[in-house]
Ligand binder design. Structure first.
Ligand SMILES: Cc1cc2nc3c(=O)[nH]c(=O)nc-3n(C[C@H](O)[C@H](O)[C@H](O)COP(=O)(O)OP(=O)(O)OC[C@H]3O[C@@H](n4cnc5c(N)ncnc54)[C@H](O)[C@@H]3O)c2cc1C
Length: 545
């Protein structure tokens, strides 16, 4: 059949729901979680492959919980270092020198009362292909050697120009939304007029990857991460670390463009000399595998959203890597964006829900970037070892699990203190907080409350009357609501903890978002009107309907 309405003089424009720029941790996570929620995306990446430098090493338990929702937590855990083995993080003059300060001796925390999963210790270069595979399995198309070369935005969507870097061919793509996950050198942010603030550019680094036989001194120290403070080292400071591959290591040293130094000044011989100083063995046999340039900066976007353009990962928040949170934050941006954009595109939420991504993730980005900055002053500033780092006075568990979403897609209680980070041990699953992990049983198998979340909004209640209330609200608003009745025959609560840990008593309910944060709760009996009101507020739905 001939479609006479088609104007064949115009090139066909490819349509996609979401165009993601950048196949790093932020872009691939966004694509994967969008795919999990049924929305396909096109991911364009100018490089030929995912990351070839180890960079981010280590996944926080909250990231592993997100990966568990996507079914890739085991693959990530297998790809990385075994966290039950010793893992030292120190400040010292060299790998072999006596440390000035020990920051961490082990990550073998017992988290079983807080989370159904633990930490991961895989490198970015191992994680990105896992994300890309799962994103692809859920319908995302990842196109390498493809560059975004400008775009325009209107009220209905984004029109983007792409270049195939292999052939030079150009094409136009039309998307409902564009996600700028284009890293620390983002052009997306500037193109939509979003400014940035923060401590600015901090230092410049040569990151080397090398192979060496470090022999006996590395036995039992395969993980060692050493922040170097040593006047012999170029720039006086640096960092040494292992990778997922035995015998392959990374070492970074600083250079100063204001002193006329450039990345290209450092020859292979210079790099090998710096590696030997950082190791503390000036005769060591070293095979230099690669080197790359990085800027450490503290640069935070003034907004993460401009109309139909959304920023994620380093494009939104560049932070020094001291403390290992940049990549983790990038993944969690994608986790949040996935369900929010998907619900908006499917018409289950109002476009206003996107504003909550900005409010929630920006607040977290500001907080975590300052934490990393304080760590930089301590760990990678000559003479800084005696300073307090970002963790000063804080329980490490709070960093892992204590962050809240306030002023976003939640219905805070009247007495909410609006604290962004709370102490996880005393937290009580109030709106804005992490929905607590409680071990339950289903079909004789242990299951965490956390395993009930991820795909949709979930109502957790002891009273089965919430099933009918939720069904009514779901039909009325067109929003899927999954009801899990805890304490009955289906979900057994062996220690009878649920009602107290969720603060909902025997009659009430907790409304949990797909990312496992509590959106709303009540101690009152099943009430469709109250539930509908909460769902509307959280999802920016109009009061009509
Ligand atoms: C030495 C070092 C160590 C680190 N260690 C840790 C750590 O231990 N833990 C941690 O959590 N974080 C760590 N980080 C930080 C972490 O690597 C970053 O936060 C993370 O890479 C951010 O991911 P992203 O997806 O936002 O950006 P990126 O990984 O930078 O990805 C952005 C991608 O966008 C592509 N791109 C840009 N513009 C275009 C365009 N116009 N068209 C197409 N593609 C484009 C780029 O090629 C790039 O691949 C470290 C960083 C460094 C440098």
């Amino acid at each position: 059949m001939i479609d006479s309405s088609t104007d064949r003089s115009q090139p066909l424009v490819e349509q996609v729901p979401v165009l993601v720029v950048g196949a790093g941790l932020a872009g691939l996570s966004t694509a994967m979680f969008l795919g999990m929620h049924g929305i396909t995306s096109l991911v364009v990446e100018r490089h030929a492959t995912t990351a070839t430098h180890p960079k981010a090493r280590g996944q926080m338990p909250t990231v592993m919980e997100a990966f568990r929702v996507a079914g890739i937590d085991d693959a990530v855990r297998r790809a990385g270092y075994d966290t039950s083995l010793p893992m030292e993080i120190v400040i010292g003059p060299s790998l072999l020198g006596t440390p000035y300060k020990t920051l961490v001796e082990s990550f073998d925390f017992d988290l079983t009362s807080i989370s159904p999963t633990g930490m991961g210790m895989a490198s970015q270069e191992a994680v990105e292909p896992i994300l890309a595979d799962r994103a692809g399995a859920w319908g995302a198309r990842v196109q390498f050697r493809t560059e975004l070369d400008g775009f325009t935005v209107d009220d209905e969507g984004v029109t983007a120009e792409l270049i195939d870097l292999q052939t030079g061919g150009r094409r136009t793509v039309r998307a409902d939304y564009l996600v700028g996950a284009d890293g620390w050198r983002t052009t997306t942010r500037g193109a939509v007029g979003i400014g940035a603030h923060g401590h600015g550019a901090l230092s410049h680094w040569v990151n080397t990857i090398f192979r060496a036989d470090l022999g006996a001194p590395m036995e039992g120290r395969e993980f060692a991460l050493v922040y170097l403070q040593n006047p012999e080292l170029q720039g006086g400071t640096g960092v040494f670390g292992g990778t997922d591959e035995p015998g392959r290591y990374v070492l970074s040293f600083a250079f100063d463009p204001e002193q006329g130094e450039q990345f290209s000044d450092f020859t292979e011989a210079d790099c090998i000399e710096q590696i030997r100083i950082g190791i503390g063995d000036l005769d060591l046999e070293v095979e230099l595998l690669d080197r790359a340039e990085t800027e450490f900066a503290h640069r935070l976007a003034d907004s993460y959203v401009a109309g139909r353009v959304v920023l994620a990962g380093d494009a939104a928040h560049v932070m020094p890597p001291t403390g290992g949170q940049g990549g983790n934050t990038a993944v969690l941006d994608g986790f949040d964006l996935g369900w929010k954009l998907a619900m908006i595109i499917k018409g289950e939420a109002g476009p206003g829900l996107l504003a909550s991504y900005d409010v929630e993730r920006r607040a977290f980005g500001e907080w975590i970037a300052e934490y990393q900055y304080q760590n930089l002053l301590q760990r990678m500033t000559p003479g800084g070892a005696e300073k307090d780092g970002g963790e000063a006075g804080r329980d490490p568990l709070d960093l892992m699990f204590g962050s809240r979403v306030v002023d976003g897609a939640v219905c805070p209680e009247p007495d909410d203190d609006h604290e962004l980070v709370e102490h996880v041990v005393t937290a009580d699953s109030r709106p804005g907080s992490r929905a607590q992990h409680v071990w339950l049983q289903r079909d004789g198998e242990q299951i965490s409350t956390r395993d009930l979340f991820g795909r949709s909004f979930v109502i957790l209640a002891a009273d089965p009357a919430w099933r009918q209330a939720a069904g009514q609200v779901s039909d009325q608003l067109g929003v899927p609501l999954d009801v899990q009745v805890v304490g009955g025959d289906d979900l057994v609560d062996p220690a009878a903890q649920f009602a107290a840990r969720y603060g909902v008593g025997e009659d009430g309910a907790s409304l949990v978002r797909p990312d496992g944060f509590v959106a709303w709760r009540t101690e009152g009996a099943a009430d469709p009107a109250a539930l509908a009101d909460a769902v509307r507020r959280v999802l920016s739905l109009s009061t009509v309907g």
